[in-house]
Design a protein around this ligand. Sequence first.
Ligand code: TYD
Ligand code: MG
Length: 462
Amino acid sequence: MAKPRSQFSCQSCGYASPKWLGRCPECGGWNTLVEEAVSIPGRSTALAGALTGEAPVSLADVPTDDAPRVKTGIGELDRVLGGGLVPGSLVLLGGDPGIGKSTLLLQALQGIAAPQHGKPRTVLYVSGEESVRQTALRAQRLGARAPSLLVLAETRLERILDEATRLAPVVLAVDSIQTVHSPGLESVPGSLGQVREAAGRLLSFAKERGVATVLVGHVTKEGGLAGPKTLEHVVDAVVHFEGEPGHPCRILRAAKNRFGSTNEVGVFEMHAEGLREVQNPSALFLAERPVGVPGSAVIASVEGSRPLLVEVQALVAAAAGMPRRAALGVDPNRVSLLLAVIERRAGIGMLGQDVFVNVAGGIRLSEPAADLGIVAAAASSATRRPIEGRTICFGEVGLAGEVRAVAQPELRLAEAAKLGFRRCVLPELNRARLIGTFDLELVGVRDVEAALAALLVAPVRR
Ligand code: TYD
Ligand code: MG
């Protein structure tokens, strides 16, 4: 009898069964059985095979000079990757469906296939979602017409690996990992078992052949689809492409990077002819800012090495029933906490009010330096006192209402001055320790009360 090529193993306790079961008989876990290829003795598993097989060496003897990176020529993308793609690395490009992953990938592959300086290079784009013709139509619109940019419409893992081995491209891109399937497994494409098997085999391929491999995965920020989310541990780098539907702004962010910082962001705008890099994101995010209107504050944020000026908006209005709270672009829990601080430490009523907070431009703020901006916007809306148009702020806010110092104040101030801001309200400790001079009036504050006194101007007459 032929040996079974796959089995279902429980992800909690390791119990193995030849067929799928809804509940693990060993540990009682529901839905924990995932199909896996049975490893043949002598053939190491994908991950182990890719990394081991050598005798231990002294760390001191390992050459550490930077591997030459494959640059895509798209500055915003290269920076997020840590300077380009590393040969032999496996990168997961995640994002909501329709956000522009295929577009970004094709533009990047074009840049690699036909670099501005240097020889053409072979790259292979495997599409499991679109036909060759569909891909060609899109590529034409994007100007991705390099002769060495090859496309293959294929979903069978073995075929993809065969072609990639034969062509030995500089970069292999698989769009998307959810469409790839291995006939060795019974489960459907996109299932946890299939996605893992495909990623494991592609990882081996990348390491053995030294081919930079990019996998596209439809992953939501919340990790909506289980398959690709589990890949995050296997791959070398995870970059997420984000944006608000109906908004042209797109943010590329590294969630994990074995070859670079995870703080960098790349900013793009989606146009009819593809993605365009945004060199000056602060100007973009502030373009439509209402000046002199209550509820709008501009903060100086830093993402990685890059300062970003962003508008935080708040709307505080008497609730008709249960007060509603909603936050877009910032952590809702953080907003709740800050509203409580405003209520208690600044004496501005927030209980019984509907509060909506939004970060303009579809960007997401994760650093605590945004706290003061959220507090300022909410307090401004509640009191109907606007913030003067050329004033900016930043600072972390603690539960006692104290304004705490944040990292890289100089970078924030330089960006604010560059964009024409005249005044900045910042943590006193940051102000006292500033290195260098800035063409801005600096107001150092120790608590929320002082910050609001410095930020809010006289009430608007109605
Ligand atoms: P796409 O790259 O197909 O998204 P994903 O691969 O993440 O699913 O891009 C989807 C959207 O982008 C699509 O709705 C149309 C839009 N788009 C443009 O606006 N301009 C373009 O040049 C291209 C190619 C797409
Ligand atoms: Mg796509």
